[in-house]
Design a protein around this ligand. Structure first.
Ligand code: DGT
Ligand code: CA
Ligand code: CA
Ligand code: ZN
Length: 583
């Protein structure tokens, strides 16, 4: 497997172990290096071959870290890391998935109670041993206990942001094979679900065995799980990847079947039966003249299956976009000719939630604005964190400096042609719904994003109330990452999406679809509630560096999962319409 993945994972583990050990400052130095490694587009092998100096050309990689990368490249281990692992023999990955539990907590619970994995953590909490440890209380203990089932289940699914690039890579590899006519990503990855159980790829070929053999020999794979004549599964970077090969004439029906979801397919198949049509992975068959339609897979007259369109056309239906195939009324909408005219990425004109080095971002205002322009945006808002609870390590901008920052944004706006830069802030929504920034300051800014960052374990009613109160503030334009969820890490606020949508309409506030692949917040189903109620959404990347403007793709597809059309999306508006909304 690629050195980059391996070494980034190892250094991240090292950062966590250092933090467990009570080391200050250094863990974050390692984490910054990990981020830089993961974003480096080139081959890390090539740099490592050239030695430590070459590696130090990477951002945030200094002497100690470059030496560890070379050590790992040459020997396959980092001695200091292995020593730390011996000292703390805990299942860090699993324990870190428990909401509210970080490396420091894990370190303490290991020292005090010998907790090394989820089962032992659960037992300690059930026996009420955690509340006796200094610095812990009964409340923390019960929070931990409640969060364990989610942590257990979260370990089994991968973020879309990790799985999707891998799926594309496998698809490209497979489609290069001489015997392959076409290849496609299927399953939940094609539906752009926020998390992925396993990656499904489909290929059309008359020589299944040759294609399966090539896939089983795919060099980056960590292991082959199984390999048959028509399908194989491999493991890569903690993910399972399934490849199925079908004959070209059945590619469309197989693609339709293996894209799912199961709910969509069941609904579609039942409708088909009413029309005298049988659907399966081998095709669409007219069985109206057949005595026993269950007598084999390929019965009656075949009326579709070479393309996916032909499967829907066999029922006189238009193709249902994969993001809609979740059994949320899309089959009925297709029958009624009422499918939405979905938003596409090209409709998006700007990004309304971004950070600079004034708070926790990595770049200057100018770099973020020029980056947005290079990305193709017509406008961008600079919305650094205000100070407040839940904001990383005092990184927020105090009220009086927000106005200076706004002046800087205005100066950059005057100076850089071809894009409009809006001033703004990401203010905190406090527990009671109040906004953490002074009203007079908020009134001066172009874009006010208000987001919850703390108390993300409030009960649903209080959480809904809190967010609705925040939207009633006259200066708030966008409710940022409304639930505060972090996929596979914390569930976030359990809000009533319908009520949120109604208040958003009434108050003229846009609900964010935060496009960071760790958030995708609102989720697709919450977007659907918003759009159904007539609310406006805003798809923002929450970028802390220009390289992540491209995450907008994940936001767009999440919005599509919520049936969003261009008119539903604030940052698909032209600048005049946007300004009107902001006023
Ligand atoms: P995942 O992997 O959990 O994120 O979700 P999917 O949707 O990718 O599910 P997966 O990988 O088990 O199967 C891929 C698709 O194949 C699924 O969406 C629908 C279809 N499929 C698989 N097994 C069945 C089944 O037993 N019945 C039906 N109707 N469809 C199935
Ligand atoms: Ca799957
Ligand atoms: Ca699968
Ligand atoms: Zn933010």
């Amino acid at each position: 497997m690629a050195l980059k993945h391996d070494v980034a994972d190892e250094l991240e583990a090292y950062a966590n172990l250092l933090e467990m050990d009570g080391v200050e400052y250094k863990p974050n130095v390692y984490r910054r290096a990990v981020e830089s490694l993961r974003e480096y587009p080139g081959s890390l092998e090539a740099l490592a071959e050239d030695g430590e100096d070459a590696l130090q050309a990477l951002d945030d990689v200094g002497d100690a870290i470059s030496a560890k990368i070379v050590e790992y490249h040459e020997t396959g281990v980092i001695e200091e890391l292995e020593a730390m692992r011996e000292r703390y023999p805990v299942d860090l990955d699993a324990l870190l998935r428990v909401e509210g539990v970080g490396p420091k907590t894990i370190g303490t619970l290991y020292e005090e109670l010998g907790v090394t994995d989820l089962d032992e953590l659960e037992a300690a909490a059930e026996d009420e041993r955690i509340q006796d440890v200094k610095g812990f209380g009964a409340k923390t203990e019960s929070n931990i206990l409640e969060a364990i089932p989610f942590a257990r289940q979260a370990g089994e699914r991968e973020l879309l942001g990790e799985a999707r690039p891998v799926a594309e890579r496998v698809r490209a590899f497979v489609s290069e094979h001489d015997a392959v006519e076409s290849a496609a990503v299927a399953g939940s990855t094609r539906r752009w679900r926020a998390t992925i159980g396993d990656v499904d790829v489909l290929a059309a070929s008359d020589d299944g065995q040759a294609v399966v053999d090539a896939f089983a020999a795919w060099e980056p794979a960590d292991a082959v799980i199984e390999a048959g004549e028509q399908k194989a599964s491999v493991r890569f970077d903690g993910m399972r990847i399934d490849l199925r090969v079908v004959v070209p004439g059945e590619f469309g029906s197989a693609l339709q079947y293996f894209t799912g979801s199961k709910d969509h397919n069941v609904t579609l198949r039942n409708y088909a039966i009413e029309q005298g049509v049988k659907l399966n992975e081998y095709g669409a068959f007219d069985v109206s003249d057949v005595d026993d339609a269950d007598d084999g897979q390929r019965v009656g007259e075949r009326i579709g299956g070479d393309t996916e369109e032909s499967m829907y056309a066999a029922l006189d239906l238009p193709l249902v976009p994969p993001e809609l195939r979740e059994g949320r009324g899309e089959v009925q909408a297709a029958i009624d000719d009422a499918l939405p005219d979905l938003l596409v990425e090209a409709d998006v004109r700007g990004d309304l939630h971004n950070h600079t080095e004034a708070s926790d971002g990595a770049n200057s205002v100018r770099e973020m604005v020029e980056g947005a322009k290079a990305f193709g945006h017509e406008y961008v808002a600079i919305t650094d964190h205000a100070t407040g609870p839940g904001v990383v390590g005092g990184m927020g901008v105090p009220d009086d400096e927000l106005l200076d920052l706004a002046d800087e944004v205005e100066a950059v706006n005057d100076d850089v042609d071809g894009i409009t830069a809006f001033s703004g802030v990401e203010a905190n929504v406090d527990d009671d719904g109040s906004i953490s920034v002074d009203d007079d300051v908020l009134a001066e800014l172009d874009v006010v994003v208000a987001s919850p960052h703390s108390s993300l374990d409030q009960p649903g009613d209080a959480a809904t109330e809190r967010l609705c109160t925040a939207m009633e503030h006259p200066s708030v334009d966008v409710l940022g990452h409304p639930t505060g969820r972090l996929l596979n890490q914390r569930e976030g606020l359990d809000v009533d999406a319908n009520r949120l949508a109604d208040v958003a309409v009434r108050e003229g506030v846009a609900l964010e679809v935060n496009a960071n692949p760790s958030r995708l917040d609102l989720s697709g189903s919450a977007v659907k509630a918003a759009v159904d109620a007539g609310a406006t959404i805003s798809i923002n990347t929450d970028s802390h560096r220009p390289e992540t403007y491209g995450n907008v793709t994940y936001g767009v597809h999440t919005a599509r999962r919520g049936w969003a059309e261009p008119d539903d999306v604030l940052n698909a508006y032209d600048e005049d319409a946007l300004r009107e909304f902001l006023h």
